[in-house]
Design a protein. Structure first.
Ligand code: ADP
Ligand code: MG
Length: 240
């Protein structure tokens, strides 16, 4: 589903992604962790071209991500993204937030789009909030709306960038529960998160990044019990 070959990116002189190689199979669930500033957000932002890379190759579901606008649009339709800051449109209701992309990008008829939006709002367990505005919801509810909104585009891949980091502790679980459910439905997922409980239950592979590089990648059981790299061990000692 995702092939990343020798991906390199610079911000000016700063080498933010240093020869990243990553293959993700359909239905695979990857958790990415690592210290702040290691390039995690930049990596997943490159996967839907919110950031451009300078060297290497990204192929998503057979389409290469290059400067060809047609390819970028094709890939963005297949890749949903959920951010730390929920990025909902504050002047639109929950339902309208969910309708926007299906109607304007996918050209889904409004009635069908409403049906689908309600379906996903039910899946994230807040159908009763459909007519409210984001500002009237808790952080956990807003993040679940953001997940429903991404799902309304029926993506093949979902990218999460620290989706629970901005939440009060009591709201983290309701968002993680939705993500666990999504994972069990077979969605291909890449999640940047430091929720190691989530990584243990859901991830097929955990990737540790530091300094723009993938330092270690392993199934959770190996990753947490016998990390090979000293840098990984150090990181785990700090967060566990
Ligand atoms: P992480 O998500 O792992 O915390 P990021 O990918 O956000 O790391 O950032 C990696 C590094 O790149 C950081 O040092 C950050 O300051 C830098 N960086 C991120 N975005 C930009 C940008 N738009 N311009 C310049 N530097 C950036
Ligand atoms: Mg980040």
């Amino acid at each position: 589903m995702i092939q990343v070959n020798d991906l390199n990116k610079w911000f000016g002189d700063f080498h933010v992604l240093n020869s990243i190689n990553l293959d993700v199979q359909k239905g695979e669930r990857i958790v990415i962790c690592g210290p702040s500033g290691s390039g995690k957000s930049t990596l997943i932002r490159c996967l839907n071209h919110l950031e451009a890379h300078q060297r290497g190759q990204i192929i998503i579901d057979g389409v290469e991500l290059n400067e060809d606008v047609k390819n970028i649009e094709a890939i963005r339709r297949e890749v949903g993204m959920v951010f730390q800051q929920f990025n909902l449109f504050p002047h639109l209701s929950v339902l309208e937030n969910c309708l926007l992309a299906p109607i304007w990008v996918r050209k889904t008829p409004r009635r069908e789009a409403i049906e689908m939006a309600m379906h996903y709002l039910e899946r994230v367990r807040i159908p009763e909030q459909a007519d409210k505005y984001p500002g009237q919801l808790s952080g956990g509810q807003q993040q679940r709306v953001a997940i429903a909104r991404a799902l309304c585009m029926q993506p093949k891949i979902m990218l999460f960038d620290e989706p629970t980091s901005a939440l009060d502790p009591e709201m983290i679980k309701e968002v993680l529960d939705v993500m666990v459910e999504l994972a069990s439905s077979g969605m291909t997922m890449l999640c940047v998160t430091h929720e190691m409980g989530f990584a243990k239950t859901v991830a097929d592979r955990v990737i540790f990044m530091d300094d723009g590089q993938i330092v270690e990648a392993a199934p959770p059981r190996d990753f947490f019990t016998r990390p090979e790299q000293p840098r990984t061990r150090e990181f785990l000692e700090q967060i566990l």
